[in-house]
Each structure stands twice: as C-alpha cells, then as structure tokens.
Design a protein around this ligand. Structure first.
Ligand SMILES: *Cc1c(COP(=O)(O)O)cnc(C)c1O
Length: 373
C-alpha cells in the first residue's frame, strides 16, 4: 500500500532503523550530543533566531505559540480546520479572538488582514497557516507578515508551517514563530513539535506562560542542549536521521525543487483527466481535488490499486481527496498514484483509460529534469 495521505507520511528506512537503537536516558552527555547536533541542523532548516523541540503533537506547539506570544487579542485566519483551531485555542485559554473566515479554497488577502488590524487595535498577535492542510491552500503569509509589521512591528506573527517547513522555502524575515510537526513534512511518527522563534518573540515570551508549554523555561534549557521535561528521545534521534537523509539525497534546496516540480506534475496530470484542483492558490504540500465522486475514487484507489489518499473533513467530507507531496517521495510512486486515479475514473465509467495521466506526469516531471522543456 502506497501511503499518500498528507500526514502521517512514510518514514524512510534509515530513520526507522535509527529509531530502533536502544533507548537512551535523556539526561546524559550521549543524548545531549545528539540533541545539540539536531538543534544545529534545525537552525539551518528554520533560519530563525531560536528553535525549540516539544514532546507534543503539532497542536501543542500551536497552543504554546498562542499562549506565550499573545497577551490580549489574537487575529486568526480560518480557512480550514487548522486555522479554526488557532481561534479555539485563544478562546480556551482566555484570550480574545478576532477571526477572518473563508471558504476552505480561498486564501487570506493582505488587505483584509490589514483592515482587521486597523479595526482591532488590541490585536497583539496574528496566527495563520502557511499551508492550510484542510483544503491544500497556500496563504500569502510572508506578504501578510510584512504588511502587519509595517503597521505595528510589535504584533507577533505566528505561522503554522506544519505542512510547509521542509516542503518549500519560507522567508522568515517577518515571522516571529514558525511551527513544524514530526508526522507531516518531517517524515517521522507523530509526537514531536518544533517552534522556530525570533528574538522579538523570545523577548515577548518574557517569563513565559503556563507550565508544560512555557516557552521561557524550554528556551533556557534547550540552549544548554537539554529539555525542561523528558525529551522525546527516540523522535529526536529520528529527526537527526531525517535531516541526514535529506542531506544525503542532495540537500534541502533540492528537496524544495523536487517537491514543487512533483506537485506541479501531479496537478497537471490530474487536470488532464478533467479533474479540478480545489484551492485557488494550491500549496505544494498536497494536491487537493474536489469532485462529486471523491469518495468513490478514494475507495477504489485504496481497495483496487493500493494507494491510500486522504479525504476531506467537516463540510468537505466525501467532496475532496488529497494526495500528499511532502517528504522524500520517489517520482515513480507518484506516477503510480496518478495512473491509479485514471484507472479509478475508468472503473467509474467517467473516462476511457488511455494512460494520459502518467504521460502528462512524465512529460512535466522528467522533461524538466532533463532540461528539455
Ligand atoms: C496536522 C496539522 C496540524 C495539527 O497537528 P497535530 O500534530 O495533529 O496536532 C496543525 N496545522 C496543520 C497545518 C496541520 O497540517
């Protein structure tokens, strides 16, 4: 079975083997050395002033960011389940929340965020997804962050990059907190979250808020290559192996280029079958198709062609399917996936099978690699 869900993503063999080594105690020089090396590699991935690893799923990092960096009113962009979650976290932790709400295929605009900031002077942090995984949408986060900082540089910009860090280059110039999670682009099992922080964010954190998710106490410890509470040792060993694996396969910049190209080729292949890409501004992390037969296509992919793709949630349940592009994915696996979609459409009587999808994928992907188009 090919796993093509946009999280969890397949864990490379070298990483699984690294995580099969005997358990280490976290308060030892051996583990601190691994922690230090992992931290150094993370700085190269995040390009932020500080990085913090938390033993939690991605949502724990979202909560840590909101509670430590917002002291009054959060402006959250809700164009999907994960954007909605930022607002729910604010409300659950006693903060005010101002929400910009969109259908799940429509990105936020700079103008509406600027207008909301001007209309709500108590906003002291903005929270937004870089890639909103609910509908495969890319928000123009860098542009929004620059515009907000131009109005008021003390407003914190919290960017959820759980399906963006390790997928595409992100300009962190105006971002105060960049969040990643282990089971999406970082190709690990669930349970580790990472926050990249700006110096301004560290300053605003001050003494920190909360107990387990107190960023000030973590920053203090992690600068010394240890953690405030028991570290997720096995996952951190796995993370170090992931970053080494990316390096051994040509480095992170190559991964960004390959991912963008594979996502483009997948999108074109599916469109050549008459399928429709759901978001107005697709993120490279996944290709999302909206279709009246989305459920049937997804079921056939799994039962007949051993390709596991994700569906939709809430009002998009049964209406979309999402094909992951995150991680180190061999292009021939994606050829198999788009071919399976074409086969499923043939089974549904929608279209005669003639190999169009794999041909379009191959032309887009491999011609570009050869430099012939
Ligand atoms: C998966 C995901 C989350 C939530 O992470 P969990 O690890 O499930 O808590 C948050 N934001 C985005 C964009 C995601 O894709």
């Amino acid at each position: 079975m090919l796993l093509f869900t946009p999280g969890p993503t397949p864990v490379p063999e070298s990483v699984r083997l690294a995580m099969a080594t005997p358990t280490l105690h976290h308060r030892t020089p051996e583990f601190e050395e691994i922690f230090k090396e992992t931290r150094e590699e993370l700085f190269k991935l995040f390009h932020t002033d500080e990085v913090i690893m938390l033993a939690s799923s991605g949502t724990g990092a979202m909560e840590a960011a909101v509670t430590n960096l917002c002291h009054d009113t959060l402006l959250s962009v809700n164009a999907g389940k994960f954007g909605e979650r930022f607002g729910k976290i604010a409300v659950a932790t006693g903060l005010q929340n101002v929400e910009i709400k969109h259908e799940w295929n429509r990105p936020a605009t700079v103008e509406e965020v600027v207008a909301a900031i001007k209309a709500n002077p108590s906003v002291d942090a903005v929270a937004i997804q870089i890639s909103e995984s609910a509908g495969g949408l890319r928000h123009p986060v860098e542009e929004i962050a620059a515009a907000v900082k131009a109005i008021n540089p003390s407003i914190m910009i919290i960017a959820d990059g759980i399906t963006a860090v390790g997928v595409e280059p992100i300009d962190v110039t105006n971002i105060d907190c960049l969040i990643a999670g282990s089971q999406k682009a970082l190709m690990l099992p669930p349970g580790l979250a990472i926050l990249g922080l700006s110096n301004a964010a560290i300053e605003k954190t001050g003494e920190g808020k909360g107990y387990y998710l107190n960023l000030a106490s973590e920053i203090k410890k992690q600068k010394q290559n240890t953690t405030a509470y028991t570290a997720a040792t096995t996952l951190i060993i796995g993370l170090r192996a992931v970053l080494q694996e990316i390096e051994s396969q040509g480095g992170i910049d190559k991964l960004y280029v390959d991912t963008a190209l594979r996502a483009e080729a997948t999108g074109k292949a599916l469109q050549s079958l008459g399928l429709h890409i759901y978001p107005a501004s697709p993120a490279p992390s996944m290709i999302t198709i909206d279709d009246e037969n989305a459920k049937e296509i997804r079921d056939l992919l799994k039962t007949e062609f051993s390709v596991n793709v994700a569906g939709g949630q809430d009002h998009l349940k049964g209406k979309i399917f999402r094909i992951n592009q995150m991680g180190l994915i061999a292009p021939y696996e994606m050829v198999a996936a788009v071919n399976a979609v074409e086969l499923a459409l043939a089974k549904l009587g929608r279209r005669a099978f003639d190999g169009t999808a794999s041909r379009v994928f191959n032309e887009t992907y491999f011609k570009s690699i050869l430099g012939t188009n």
